[in-house]
Write a protein that binds this ligand. Structure first.
Ligand code: HEM
Length: 373
């Protein structure tokens, strides 16, 4: 079977779907597909308030006039209830586009510099430039502006995923300030005059593009040692729906979704999570639930595509699903129509945090196809 890969070639460890359980600090951990789906969609689930509390504590170490925190905390993902509904609407309006275009000329240029290139970091050389070029028009930015804002948001993304408790307030504040200043500079409005649409755009340009970049890079890294997978993806001009559905299920890098229950809590399967309790949904494990996907630790693009939890579920479900599903095959086709890919010599570098297993550098080798020269 084409591209039927065993787990030992994977990099995410072995996230395993288990019974609902409770950690020693009282946090509930959910990892089965049905449990996660039910909990994230439950009307008594809200964003875990302790994340906001941590941010508040960190920023209170600074005088108010220096604090960029109030801007950053408008991020749609950190809101609940009515503020969330409003920001989500503003964000959805920004994303009301019918199509994006991944301009493949820059990909060709990058790869064409030599006939054979070794150890090209695909994230910085291919994926990020492709994302910036494809996304800039959505927000009315030039590609350079888009790159500047996205890069300014890296620190904020790291703080959000790495566990704020471990971050010094000064670093937290400095990272927030870099993003707020860069965005204000580009849009020509000081932070206290940002509109709701500005908050939506700053969020979209920074934190949410990271998982898209990770998925594109992880998929390319994974197919690098598999010419047969590359041939199949080439034949379908960038991968079939089934291929990408399997890639979403298998290679997601955003692993945990933090929530809190309120009111009279919620029943999940045979368990009751009381109001006020915190819970974590392990969506990577839920995507490998054997009751939904037989042999879930195998990457098998021949599976019939089933909906998965890579994009979350419920009121916070990802608003970028359609965009991501347009971008990914166009990007892969842009690469594979020009070159064969194989593993690089230098090791892949990853950053593992509480929430993500993010690729930092993925060095791969490229050999131009005859027809592409
Ligand atoms: C493969 C790529 C992506 C993955 C795996 C992904 C995953 C996710 C997940 C798991 C959530 C839910 C988080 C939660 O419930 O706390 C989320 C939320 C979100 N995503 Fe994505 N995302 C991707 C790409 C994108 C893109 C390209 C955009 C837009 C340009 C986007 C926009 C959003 C927004 C706006 C939210 C927040 C929704 C809300 O809080 O109401 N995402 N994403």
């Amino acid at each position: 079977m084409v591209g039927h890969i065993q787990e030992n070639e994977s990099f995410l460890g072995q996230p395993t779907a288990r019974e609902v359980r409770k950690a020693s600090d009282g946090t509930w951990i959910l990892s089965r597909y049905d449990d996660v789906l039910q909990a994230l969609g439950h009307p008594n689930a809200i964003v875990d308030g302790s994340i906001r509390q941590l941010m508040e504590r960190a920023s209170s170490a600074w005088p108010q006039r220096y604090s960029a925190w109030s801007n950053i905390c408008q991020l749609v993902l950190l809101q609940s209830g009515e503020p969330h509904r409003q920001l989500r609407k503003a964000t959805a309006r920004v994303l009301q586009v019918t199509s994006i275009h991944v301009d493949e000329n820059p990909l060709r240029e990058t790869l064409h510099t030599c006939r054979e290139v070794e150890d090209v970091d695909v994230i910085s050389a291919l994926v990020e430039p492709a994302i910036d070029r494809a996304m800039a028009p959505l927000f009315g930015f030039t590609t350079n502006e888009m790159t500047r804002i996205r890069e300014s948001g890296v620190g904020v993304y790291k703080n959000l995923t790495a566990g704020l408790a471990q971050i010094k307030p000064s670093i937290f504040e400095a990272d927030n300030t870099v993003l707020v200043d860069a965005f204000s500079d580009v849009v020509g409005r000081p932070a206290d005059a940002w509109t709701e649409q500005d908050y939506a755009i700053v969020f979209l340009c920074t934190v949410v593009l990271q998982p898209l970049s990770d998925l594109a890079a992880n998929t390319l890294a994974f197919i690098a040692p598999h010419p047969e997978l590359q041939e199949a993806a080439r034949a379908s001009r960038g991968g079939t729906t089934a291929f990408w559905s399997e890639a979403e299920r298998y290679f997601i890098s955003a692993r945990y979704i933090h929530r809190q229950s309120f009111g009279d809590g919620m029943s999940v399967g045979a368990n009751h999570i009381p109001g006020g309790a915190r819970f974590i949904c392990d969506i990577a494990a839920a995507n490998r639930d054997p009751s939904r996907w037989p042999n879930p630790d195998d990457f098998d693009p021949a599976r019939a595509p089933l909906s998965n939890l890579a994009f979350g579920a419920g009121p916070h479900r990802c608003l970028g699903v359609a965009l991501s599903r347009q971008f990914l095959p166009q990007f892969l086709w842009g690469v594979l129509r020009v070159a064969n890919v194989s593993p690089g010599k230098s090791p892949v570098k990853r950053r593992c945090t509480m929430a993500v297993e993010e690729p930092i550098e993925i060095p791969l080798a490229f050999k131009m196809l005859e027809v592409a020269r």
